[in-house]
Design a binder for this molecule. Sequence first.
Ligand code: ATP
Length: 212
Amino acid sequence: MSLSVSGLCRTFSHSSGPVEVLRGVDLSVASGELVTLSGPSGSGKSALITLLCGFDQPDSGTVLLDGSPLTGPPAWSRCAVLPQSLGLAGELTLAENAALPLRLSGRADEVHLVKELLVELGIDELADRYPAEVSFGQQQRAALARAVIAGPSVLLADEPTAHLDQRSAPAAVAVLRRAADRGAAVLIATHHDDVHAAADRTLTLRDGRIAH
Ligand SMILES: Nc1ncnc2c1ncn2[C@@H]1O[C@H](COP(=O)(O)OP(=O)(O)OP(=O)(O)O)[C@@H](O)[C@H]1O
């Protein structure tokens, strides 16, 4: 599975008038590739990720998942996302949140994978706590576990190490890298050099387009 984007445009309306944030974004990420997306704050990285996972619709342009046009949020096993807002379910524990993609896709027999992943990310002792009972960085690692647990074909992550310290960030980067090594097309918006260092390529978003 690969991700291919062409001519993606998105303008937001503000009281001061329309703001053209994405002005013809073209990019592709192949299966097995980890690509990082850099760009100044406010350049549209999050807006782009939100379009790529089908949470928002572009004004024009196309998103292809393995050649098929994206028309709305795809199945989690096809395209998983770690959004900046995390979006954990507050009524589920961290372990239940991480296990959700497996349960929703009829793979409850694989929930043992959750424990391994939470150990690797250093949050296994918090497995039975609810999101409101842990720090934002701990929630972020649970959201990362949920994003990778079902082995998605396309993995999108928005600032996945933004709230992690130097002790916990390397494990998160290793989990993202392994997802690519297992065949996912991985696109990560980040400001962090340690994430860029794990990438096969880095793209820069500037003035609404991928800079060349
Ligand atoms: N839903 C929205 N409605 C209106 N404006 C929006 C919306 N989403 C994003 N924007 C605007 O689009 C621009 C890009 O925002 P975005 O969050 O994508 O930037 P970013 O590159 O991810 O920034 P950062 O690195 O700070 O996270 C900003 O000017 C923002 O105000």
